[in-house]
Ligand binder design. Sequence first.
Ligand SMILES: [Zn+2]
Length: 76
Amino acid sequence: MKCPKCQSDKNRITETIQHEEFTYRRKMCNMCFTLFRTKEEVYKGVLPQKPRKLTEPKQTEYQKHFATDLLKRFWK
Ligand SMILES: [Zn+2]
């Protein structure tokens, strides 16, 4: 759940209340400290598709160096 003020998704739950079929939560944004409330309910529909992330794990220079070093040693 995004913060209504700064749109950050970093927040913490400060209180959870179960009432009838819903779950209510009090949350606090970790970025701007705004307090907001959320309501959670059972959803029977299809979940929206997550945008697929095709990010390859980036190798740091050190990892690259380490990998080539390892290969060099292996083929010696
Ligand atoms: Zn915020």
